[in-house]
Ligand binder design. Structure first.
Ligand code: ADP
Length: 809
C-alpha cells in the first residue's frame, strides 16, 4: 500500500475533509495558510490538505491535525478584495503525514502517498451492487440529493473511487469522513458506507413517519384549520408591511394562475377542475401546507401539454432517408417501420399495434426509436420501465398521499411539452408487479386506443388524452412481457450484429460520432480494420455495439489528451497530421485485452463442452463441466444456472446410464459415484431447456476420459432415449459461436429450417451439423471413438476418477 514520499506544504482545513477526485473551492484567510498556499503555488501546485480535529482552533498545532489527508492539486487561485484567497482544489490521492519539516511561517511536511488498489474483486463487485441498491432507496427518502447522482455513481467501476464519491452525497460528521479517508482498503470503505447508508435510511424513514403523523394530527385539528383561514378580503390581523405584502403577492399569484388556466388549452373538465381548485386556494393561508399541495397541482395542470402539438412530417421518402442516415443495416426493421409510418399517415386515428423492438442490449433499439421521432418530426421522450413495480409509478398517487406526484406517463408528457411525442417505453419486460398493484394493467390502459383518450392519472384526477402519442416499446426478451401487453404489440426483432456488420457500424457511425463527442471532428483519425476487429474480438464480446462504442470513445478520449498536449508543444500546422490507430498501438489506448482466448485456440479437455445459450444479452457460449467423485450416485448441479438445467441434466444422465455397457463401465459405477455438473456463472438462458446434448457430451467425456473438441459448439435437448429435440434462439446462438470464431456447430435436425434466418456470409464461414441422436453428437464432438472395446472383466472406471479406496466410511 505504501507509495512515494514527498515534501509538501500543509494546509489545515476546518470542518471539511477532502477526498481524492473531489473538486472544491476553498477560501483561505489565515496568514499561516496563505503562506502555505503561496509557497505551494511557487513550487509544483500540489499541496497537502488535512483536517483539523476541532474546527474552532485558530492556530492549529501539530497535535490538532489528523495524520491522514489528501495530496491535492491547486487549480484556480483568486485573490479577493478582503485579502482572502479563493482556490479551487482537486483531491489527487490519500497520503499519510510522516513528519514535520518546519512549522514556520507555515507547515512543511513529509508525506507518504497511499496507492489506490486498481481492479475489482468479485466480493467488491457484489458489495458495489448492494451499495448502489441501498443508495437508490436512500435517494427515495433524501429528497435533497439530486437523482442523477445515482447515474454517475453507477458509471464508476473502481470500488475505492465509488466509495470516495459516495461520501459526498451522504450526511456525515467530520469524524466519520476522516475515518473513511483513513480506511485505505476499498472493501472496508465500501462496507462502512453500506452501514452508514442503511443507518441514514432508517433515520429518514422515522423522520418521515413522524412528519406524516404530525400532519395528520394537524389536519384533524379544527381550531387550527379555522385559525389558518384568513378573512376572504385578504387582510390578516398583522400590522402594516409583512402580512399585507404577503397577501398582495398571493393575490398576484392567484391572478397569474387564473390567467394561465384560461390561456392554456385545457379540456373543459380540466379547466373547471382547475378553477375549482383555485377557488379553494383562495380560501387558504398562502404559507400553509395545503396551499402548497394545491399550488403544485395547479402547476402540473398548467405545465402539461393539452393542445400543444407538432406537425407530422408525412414525407415517407424523407423518413426513409433519416432511418438510413442513422443506422447501418437493419434492413427488415427499417422496412417494417416505414410500412408502419405509411399506414399511420394514411389512416388517421390508427388503432393499430404498437411496435416493440426486441433484442439484446446495444443493438440500436433506443436509437432507432429516436430516429423515428426525427423522421416524423415529433418530440422524443423515453420512459424506463426497468424495475417499475408499483402501479402508482405509472398512474400517479392520489393527492391525499404526502408528496404525491403524477405517474411517469404524465411526467413524460410534461417533459415532451407536446401532446403527440414519440414515447419509448423502455424495457417493458423488466416491469414486475407486487402487492402495490400491477403496473402492466395501468400501462395497458394507456396503450389501448379504445380508452387512452381518457387516461386517468390518480394525481391529476381528470381525463387526459394520450391517443396522439406514438408509443414504441423495447424489450430484451419477449417471453417476459406481460401477456396482455404482448397481445397489443407487433414485434420487430433486432438479433445482434455479426463481426462484419460491427466493423461497418463502427467505421461509418460510431467513430465519427465519438470523434465529434471528443472534439476531434476536425482531425483525421484512421483506425485500421485489424484494430477494429481486435476491439470487437478482444475487448468486447457482445451481441450489440454498446461496449464497442464505449471502447472507441475511450481511445478517442485518450487521443484528445495527446492532441492537446502536443498542440502546446508544436506549431498549429502539425495538428493536421493524421492520427493512426492500429493493432500495434491499440494496447496503449485500451490496456491489455479483456478477452484473449479464442476458443478454437485452447486444448480439448475432458468433461468440458461448449454449449450455446440464448440469454437476455443475446446468444452466448455456455461451457458445461462434468466431474465424477466417489459417492452414492447423487447428481449435483452447481453454478448460478444449476436449477435451470436440472431437467436437462437428469434426462442426459438417464440416457448416459443406459450406455454404461458400451463405455465399459461396471454395473454399479453410478451407485458408487456422485456426478457433479458445473455450469459457470452467466446470464440466465431464456431459450428453455437446450443443454441436454452438452451435458451428455461432458458426461460421456468424463466417464471415458476422452477429451471434447474445443473448436465445436452445440445446442439441443435430449430425451431419456437419446433423441435430440429442437431448441429456441438458433440464430442468436449461431451468431454467438461465430463471434467466438467457432466453425463447427451441432444443431438438432428439427431446427434446420431456422437456418434460413442466419445471414448468408455467416453461414459461409460455418459447418453446421444437424443431428437426430446423441450418439451422432458424441461421434462429432469427442476426439476419438467413445465406445469401448469390449473388456467384460473388471470395473473400468477411468483413470482420473479417484479410487474407491478413498471413499470416506
Ligand atoms: P439498445 O437500445 O438496443 O440497447 P442503443 O440504441 O442504445 O441500443 O444502441 C447503442 C449504440 O449503438 C447507439 O449509439 C446506437 O446509435 C449505436 N448503433 C446500434 N445499432 C446501430 C446501427 N445499425 N447503425 C449505427 N449505429 C448503431
Amino acid at each position: 500500500m505504501s507509495g512515494t514520499t514527498k515534501k509538501l506544504e500543509l494546509l489545515p482545513l476546518r470542518d471539511v475533509v477532502i477526498f481524492p477526485q473531489m473538486i472544491v473551492p476553498l477560501f483561505v484567510g489565515r496568514p499561516k495558510s496563505i503562506a502555505a498556499l503561496e509557497a505551494a503555488m511557487n513550487s509544483n501546485q500540489e499541496i497537502f490538505l488535512v483536517a483539523q480535529k476541532q474546527a474552532k482552533v485558530n492556530d492549529p498545532r501539530e497535535d490538532d491535525l489528523y495524520r491522514v489527508g489528501t495530496i491535492s492539486r491547486m487549480n484556480q487561485t483568486l485573490k479577493l478584495p478582503d485579502g482572502t484567497i479563493r482556490v479551487l482544489v482537486e483531491g489527487v490521492r490519500r497520503a499519510r503525514l510522516i513528519d514535520f519539516i518546519s512549522t514556520d511561517p507555515h507547515y512543511s511536511v513529509n508525506v507518504e502517498a497511499i496507492a489506490e488498489v486498481e481492479g475489482e474483486t468479485a466480493e467488491q463487485r457484489a458489495l458495489r451492487r448492494a451499495i448502489l441498491q441501498s443508495f437508490e432507496s436512500y435517494l427515495d427518502y433524501a429528497r435533497k440529493v439530486p437523482k442523477d447522482v445515482l447515474k454517475s455513481l453507477q458509471g464508476i467501476s473502481n470500488p475505492g473511487q465509488l466509495a470516495d464519491t459516495l461520501v459526498l452525497s451522504l450526511n456525515l460528521k467530520l469524524r466519520e469522513r476522516q475515518e473513511l479517508l483513513e480506511t485505505y482498503d476499498p472493501t472496508a470503505r465500501l462496507e462502512r458506507l453500506y452501514e452508514i447508508i442503511q443507518r441514514e435510511i432508517e433515520i429518514l424513514q422515522v423522520e418521515q413517519r413522524i412528519k406524516s403523523r404530525i400532519k395528520k394530527q394537524m389536519d384533524r385539528d379544527p381550531n387550527r384549520q379555522q385559525g389558518q383561514t384568513p378573512p376572504t378580503d385578504g387582510r390578516t390581523q398583522g400590522g402594516p408591511g409583512g402580512p399585507d405584502m404577503e397577501q398582495d403577492e398571493f393575490r398576484n399569484e392567484l391572478k397569474e394562475l387564473e390567467d394561465q388556466i384560461n390561456k392554456k388549452g385545457l379540456t373543459e373538465e380540466a379547466r373547471s377542475k382547475a378553477l375549482k381548485e383555485l377557488k379553494k386556494l383562495r380560501m387558504m393561508s398562502p404559507m400553509s401546507a395545503e396551499a402548497t399541495v394545491v399550488r403544485n397541482y395547479l402547476d402540473w395542470m398548467i405545465s402539461l401539454p393539452w393542445d400543444e402539438t407538432t406537425e407530422d412530417n408525412q414525407d415517407i421518402d424523407e423518413a426513409e432517408k433519416v432511418l438510413e442516415e442513422d443506422h447501418y443495416g437493419l434492413k427488415k426493421p427499417k422496412e417494417r417501420i416505414l410500412e408502419y409510418l405509411a399506414v399511420r399517415t394514411l389512416v388517421k386515428d390508427m388503432k393499430g399495434p404498437i411496435l416493440c423492438f426486441i433484442g439484446p442490449p446495444g443493438v440500436g433499439k433506443t436509437s432507432i426509436a429516436k430516429s423515428i421521432s426525427r423522421a416524423t418530426g415529433r418530440k422524443f421522450v423515453r420512459l424506463s420501465l426497468g424495475g417499475v413495480r408499483d402501479e402508482a409509478e405509472i398512474r400517479g398517487h392520489r393527492r391525499t398521499y404526502i408528496g404525491a406526484l403524477p405517474g411517469k406517463l404524465l411526467q413524460m408528457m410534461k417533459k415532451a411539452g407536446t401532446n403527440n411525442p414519440v414515447m419509448l417505453l423502455d424495457e417493458i419486460d423488466k416491469m414486475s408487479s407486487d402487492f402495490r398493484g400491477d403496473p402492466a394493467s395501468a400501462l395497458l390502459e394507456a396503450l389501448d386506443p379504445e380508452q387512452n383518450n381518457v387516461f386517468n392519472d390518480h394525481y391529476l384526477d381528470v381525463d387526459y388524452d394520450l391517443s396522439k402519442v406514438m408509443f414504441l416499446t423495447t424489450a430484451n426478451y419477449i417471453q417476459n412481457i406481460p401477456p396482455a401487453l404482448k397481445d397489443r404489440m407487433e414485434v420487430i426483432q433486432l438479433p445482434g450484429y455479426t463481426e462484419e456488420e460491427k466493423v461497418e457500424i463502427a467505421r461509418r457511425y460510431l467513430m465519427p460520432k465519438q470523434q465529434k463527442n471528443n472534439g476531434l471532428q476536425d482531425y483525421t483519425v484512421n483506425i485500421t480494420e485489424g484494430a477494429l476487429r481486435s476491439v470487437i474480438f478482444n475487448y468486447t464480446r457482445e451481441a450489440g455495439v454498446r461496449n464497442l462504442e464505449r471502447e472507441l470513445g475511450t481511445i478517442l478520449r485518450k487521443i484528445a489528451v495527446e492532441v492537446l498536449k502536443n498542440s502546446k508543444k508544436k506549431q498549429a500546422k502539425d495538428q493536421e497530421k493524421p492520427i493512426n490507430i492500429n493493432e500495434r498501438n491499440l494496447e496503449k489506448y485500451l490496456g491489455v485485452a479483456k478477452f484473449r482466448d479464442d476458443y478454437a485456440g485452447k486444448q480439448p479437455e475432458v468433461g468440458f463442452t461448449n454449449g450455446l445459450a440464448w440469454t437476455e444479452v443475446g446468444g452466448t457460449l455456455l461451457q458445461i463441466e462434468v466431474n465424477f467423485l466417489p459417492g452414492k450416485g447423487h447428481l449435483s448441479l452447481t453454478g448460478k444456472l444449476g436449477d435451470v438445467m436440472k431437467e436437462s441434466a437428469q434426462a442426459a444422465l438417464s440416457w448416459v446410464r443406459t450406455q454404461s455397457d458400451l463405455m465399459g463401465l461396471s454395473d454399479d459405477f453410478f451407485q458408487k459415484h456422485d456426478i457433479h455438473v458445473h455450469v459457470p456463472e452467466g446470464a440466465v438462458p431464456k431459450d428453455g431447456p437446450s443443454a441436454g446434448v452438452t451435458i451428455a457430451t461432458s458426461l460421456v467425456s468424463a466417464l471415458t476420459g476422452i477429451p471434447v473438441r474445443n473448436d465445436i459448439a452445440m445446442t439441443g435437448e435430449t430425451t431419456l432415449h437419446g433423441r435430440v429435440l429442437p431448441i429456441g434462439g438458433l440464430k442468436e446462438k449461431i451468431l454467438a459461436a461465430h463471434r467466438y470464431h467457432i466453425k463447427d456447430i451441432i444443431i438438432p435436425e428439427d431446427n434446420e429450417k431456422d437456418l434460413k434466418d442466419v445471414p448468408k456470409h455467416v453461414m459461409k464461414a460455418l459447418v453446421i451439423h444437424p443431428v437426430k441422436r446423441v450418439e451422432e453428437v458424441l461421434d462429432l464432438a469427442l476426439v476419438k471413438p467413445w465406445i469401448a472395446e469390449k473388456e467384460p472383466e473388471e470395473d473400468k472406471a477411468p483413470d482420473y476418477v479417484p479410487r474407491e479406496k478413498s471413499v470416506p466410511n
